[in-house]
Design a binder for this molecule. Structure first.
Ligand code: F6P
Length: 326
């Protein structure tokens, strides 16, 4: 089939994630490799509506793989949810002569891409979010870096908690999902991990594990709370009131979204960016690049959005079994 793709646009949207720059580089370089021009759309769908773009070439993406954030900026666009916003975005695509758009982000980004596809623009999505909550993909760009950033923080906290024989309640991001919390909890050997996918009973899930840990001589405790669970300060108060432990709360917040991407994120981002361009060249649209069984495949966006990602039940069991030994 003759390649009808001559110029594409690339954008990042929603919450940024470490590794997005590596994906941008891969998209731009893959496009150039195939003789396709690439235009950078700045500030996600807002930029598409406003015609906010920069032309990109091989050198404009030199050395960006190691940098966190996104050189194209990111935003969440209310206007794009409206008919008028989408019409303006399509007009920009026409004005710029774009034959396709690659969008990097989470489910909100994919919804936006699907809206464009409905209006005749070829689109491919790349999962980029620290939440790892895209069901069709076992991995999303940024997750590994965010886990490592959070672990760096919990390691430091464990030092001071040990000195003062305290209990640390650490709130990690994840939106409505507990993947980040579960991974961080396992990595730091937490006494307990609370995630929104599991009904929370503070006596059973936190107080009892703390008692068990005390019985084997532990004097400091690490409780990881996914932000989707609720108020970490209330959880801390309950722990203090019930156990008399000195409790400190640390909300890690946006620090988890920054920093140089890990090897895992750079590599996944590079493969995904490269494959996204290939899909456009093959005439595919309305699809998302994803990882399944360590392989990069593609998936229909609507189907992808209708799927719900469960947590790693095995990890949850292992974590609980290891923290309730006495
Ligand atoms: O989706 C990524 C994420 O960092 C979530 O974990 C978090 O709930 C949200 O974005 C925070 O969004 P904002 O950057 O708009 O505060």
């Amino acid at each position: 089939m003759e390649n009808t793709i001559r110029r594409i646009g690339i954008l990042t949207s929603g919450g940024d994630a470490p590794g997005m720059n590596a994906a941008i580089r891969a998209v731009v370089r893959a496009a150039i490799h195939h003789g396709v021009e690439c235009v950078g759309i700045r500030r996600g769908f807002t930029g598409l509506i406003n015609g906010d773009f920069i032309t990109m070439n091989a050198t404009s993406v030199s050395g960006i793989s190691r940098r966190g954030g996104t050189i194209l900026y990111s935003a969440r666009s209310e206007e794009f949810r409206t008919e008028l916003g989408q019409e303006k975005a399509v007009a920009t695509c026409k004005m710029l002569g774009l034959d396709g758009i690659v969008g990097i982000g989470g489910d909100g980004t994919f919804r936006g891409l699907h809206d464009l596809a409905q209006r005749g623009i070829a689109v491919i999505g790349i999962p980029g979010t620290i939440d790892n909550d895209i069901a069709c993909s076992s991995y999303t760009i940024g997750f590994d870096t965010a886990c490592n950033t959070a672990l760096d923080a919990t390691d430091k906290l464990q030092d001071t908690m040990q000195s003062h024989e305290r209990c640390s309640v650490v709130e990690v991001m994840g939106h409505n999902a507990g993947h980040l919390a579960l991974n961080v909890g396992m990595g730091c050997g937490a006494t307990a991990v609370l995630i929104p996918e599991k009904e929370v009973d503070l006596d059973r899930d936190v107080i009892e594990p703390i008692r068990d840990a005390r019985l084997i001589g532990r004097t400091h405790f690490m409780i990881i709370v996914a932000e989707g669970v609720g108020d970490s300060y209330e959880i801390a108060k309950k722990i203090h009131d019930t156990t008399a432990l000195d409790v400190r709360v640390t909300v890690l917040g946006h620090v988890q979204r920054g920093g140089a991407p890990t090897s895992r994120d750079r590599v996944a981002a590079t493969y995904m960016g490269y494959n996204a361009v290939k899909l456009l060249l093959e005439g595919k649209t309305d699809r998302v690049v994803c990882m399944q069984n360590n392989d990069y495949v593609d998936f229909d966006i609507t189907e992808a959005l209708s799927m719900k990602k469960g947590i790693d039940e095995q990890a949850y069991i292992v974590l609980r079994d290891l923290s309730s030994v006495n």
